[in-house]
Write a protein that binds this ligand. Structure first.
Ligand code: URA
Length: 192
């Protein structure tokens, strides 16, 4: 009988380096998610930017700094949570990812979710939200928990980069993170 190889985050990371299933691999470096393998809360962004491409890590540029501040505002550290992206490579000039790029990269995100088994998934912005709900718009559901099953809730929040372009959204993001904290506390979901 063949022994089943155990999939781990580290083995995923290695496999992604060899993968050629998305054309973006020709122009950018692979960026898998990172964080606590036992995280109860998983954040999902859109796609790596320039800094993420250079360092091979998610959310390490300006949007990532703001995400760190938002996490701190509710008593969380990056090391408590898991942070990933829909698309695993930087699109040229940071353009929006194409539908086929999102589809092609989807298996990697599904494997990350299967390994982490989060209780709460936070899609950051419309691209990540679209993975779960194609008919909901981020403007109408941000900050509102969308219960999928007893053990998994989707909690959409605007993308932190949106507040870098539109300062008015900063407070909305802080408020939505507070709502996330309240949801975690009320549902007895531990975060570390
Ligand atoms: N924006 C994203 O959506 N993801 C990153 O990793 C960085 C910026």
């Amino acid at each position: 009988m063949l022994a089943m190889a155990t999939i781990t985050l580290e083995s995923l990371r290695e496999k992604l380096k060899e993968w050629k299933g998305c054309e973006l691999h020709k122009t950018a470096n692979p960026v898998l998610g990172e964080g606590n393998p036992q995280a109860t809360v998983m954040f999902i962004g859109e796609a790596p930017g320039q800094k993420e491409d250079e360092l091979g890590r998610p959310f390490v540029g300006a949007a990532g700094q703001f995400l760190d501040e938002l996490l701190t505002s509710i008593g969380l550290k990056r090391a408590d949570v898991y942070i990933s992206n829909v698309v695993k490579y930087r699109p040229p000039e940071n353009r929006d990812p194409l539908p086929e790029e999102k589809e092609q990269c989807m298996p990697w995100l599904m494997l990350e979710i299967a390994l982490i088994k989060p209780r709460v998934i936070v899609p950051l912005g419309k691209h990540a939200l679209g993975n779960f709900f194609t008919k909901l718009s981020i403007s109408s559901v941000h900050g509102q928990p969308q219960k999928l099953t007893d053990s998994l809730t989707i909690f959409p929040i605007f993308h932190p980069a949106a507040a870098l372009h539109n300062g008015g959204l900063r407070q909305t993001l802080y408020d939505d993170f507070s709502a996330l904290k309240k949801f975690l506390d009320e549902n007895g979901i531990p975060t570390s």
